[in-house]
Design a protein around this ligand. Structure first.
Ligand SMILES: *Cc1c(COP(=O)(O)O)cnc(C)c1O
Length: 497
């Protein structure tokens, strides 16, 4: 029996896994969720000796049930290969008594690679399975990391095109250079005059735009999404939590069955939701600790039961978390309202029209797995500096937000459960903020790229290839547009204007 996926807003809108991967978003604007969370198909003890690829197959086959074994294994083999700079794919660094799960060893040195290196293969396989012959056009909004990882994943993948929108001035120089130098005949990137939420709302509108869909269909094309609303991104992200548990067991760091807490630096709520799904599969996880930066809309939500995006949008040193609308939260809302599509749709309508909604007491009671915290800009910088000075380990700004929240939770709660922190980016990606935090005044005066050798010197970690590549690469993309001109821009790029 195939696992069915349904829209969070209407259980009558269903899809198989491969159809959900192809579509990205359900037709009613809801997100696809599996009808149930499958159990782990292997025992905890068996996880010990498993490679990343074996773990990926064990987890993903339970969710993507209409892919054959051969198809899924081929996707996994093409995704998790020498593009990653370590055979472990996601190694764990133990610093003090905390485990940092380093999710940044892929081609673009941020955790988005964990899912975006496989999504293009899942999608082209899905297209074949479902008899889709025309081109799949990927539209993606990015706060910096998704865009590059998606472009790298889809570049020159036959039958696909990709257009990425990022907020001009809202990403680091390294992130911007990574995107505007991307090779591939099927990739385009556009800087929009606005913030990430403008880009994300714009892309969502384009997906719902029937006129545009019609024009596209006449050319035999259809849209899909590489954003974390696509279950083809969510499912591969469950894998590394299961894998990490196996490695902690294998290394004798934990006992079989021992619970671990997981802290995740959160923006769109995709990564932490994957950890939540891993827990529901049966992985021994205690608390899911949701860490925000100064855009602490999620912290306030867990604190009060009210989600309210009506607030000032802050630009922080952890730009990939500068988000006021956390799309994947809808999947959690759906779960805690008793899988009631109507109730979910009503809350999302309120979010759309009033920018806020409040959940019921009954729903709040079901959030007891979650703890939330946030780090101010000062706390983030202080965490980077303090851990570096004491241990020599250099972490990026996003990871530092999580490290701070994790430490604060331990101190406040007295909870002695061992903690895994999702380390979501290489410090090289945010070199200026990282070095400024470590405290040399002079750093803040320098150009970002000039600082790269200095980071190499102080961290003792060799500059990743992803960085070496952009230093001399040619700038290939110059396009920009106003936030309300995204449709025109897409039509121009696709030649359907
Ligand atoms: C995308 C991103 C995040 C946020 O992840 P979500 O799944 O959107 O919550 C955190 N850190 C980095 C470096 C990212 O790129």
């Amino acid at each position: 029996m195939n696992l069915q996926y349904m829209s969070t807003r209407n259980p009558k809108i269903t899809a198989t896994a491969s159809q959900a991967v192809l579509k990205g978003l359900a037709d009613d604007g809801g997100l696809f969720v599996p009808e149930r969370i499958p159990a782990l198909p292997v025992s905890l003890g068996e996880l010990k000796g498993m490679t990343y690829q074996e773990t990926a197959y064990a987890v993903m086959k339970e969710f993507l049930t209409d892919y054959t074994e051969e198809e899924l294994k081929a996707c996994i083999a093409r995704a998790y290969d020498s593009k990653f700079d370590t055979e472990e794919i996601a190694p764990i660094a133990k610093v003090d008594d905390t485990y940092y799960l380093e999710l940044f060893h892929g081609p673009t040195i941020a955790f988005k690679d964990m899912a975006l290196s496989i999504l293009p293969h899942l999608m082209t396989t899905a297209a074949k399975k479902n008899g889709v012959e025309g081109e799949i056009v990927i539209l993606t909004a990015t706060s910096g990391d998704t865009g590059k990882a998606a472009m790298a994943g889809f570049a020159d993948v036959e039958g696909t095109r990709i257009i990425v929108f990022y907020p001009q001035g809202g990403v680091s120089r390294v992130q911007e250079l990574q995107m505007v130098t991307q090779k591939g005949d099927n990739v385009d990137v556009v800087a929009i005059h606005g913030n990430f939420d403008n880009a994300q709302s714009g892309v969502k509108e384009l997906f719902g735009n029937q006129e545009l869909a019609g024009k596209l269909a006449r050319k035999g094309c259809q849209f899909s999404s590489a954003n974390s609303i696509n279950i083809g991104r969510l499912v591969p992200q469950i894998v590394y939590y299961v894998y990490a548990y196996g490695k902690l067991l294998e290394n004798g760091e934990i006992e079989e069955g021992e619970k671990i807490n997981i802290t995740v630096p959160t923006g769109n709520f995709g990564n932490i939701l994957a950890a939540c799904y891993a827990k529901h599969m049966g992985l021994p996880v205690g608390k899911l600790i949701c860490a925000s930066n100064e855009n602490k809309v999620l912290f306030d939500f867990f604190q009060t039961g009210t989600y309210d995006r009506n607030r000032e949008f802050m630009l922080t040193t952890s730009p990939s978390m500068d988000i006021l609308i956390s799309s994947n939260l809808e999947r959690l809302i759906y779960q805690i309202c008793g899988r009631d599509g109507k109730a979910d749709a009503e809350l999302m309508r309120q979010l759309q029209t009033e920018g806020r909604y409040t959940i019921t007491e009954e729903m709040r009671e079901q959030l007891s797995d979650f703890v939330a915290g946030y780090a101010t800009e000062e706390e983030t910088a202080e965490t980077i500096r303090e851990i570096y000075e004491r241990t020599g380990y250099v972490m990026d700004t996003h990871t530092a937000v999580a490290a701070h929240v994790c430490q604060a939770y331990k101190a406040d709660s007295g909870d002695g459960t061992k903690c895994l922190v999702a380390s979501t980016a290489s410090p090289y990606k945010f070199v200026k903020s990282v070095l400024t935090a470590i405290g040399k005044e002079a750093y803040s005066q320098k150009e970002e790229l000039e600082l790269l050798p200095e980071l190499e010197r102080i961290s003792g970690v060799e500059m990743p290839n992803a960085i070496k590549e952009i230093l001399n690469a040619k700038i290939r993309h110059h396009r920009e547009c106003d936030a309300d001109k995204m449709q025109e821009t897409v039509e121009e790029i696709l030649g359907i204007r």
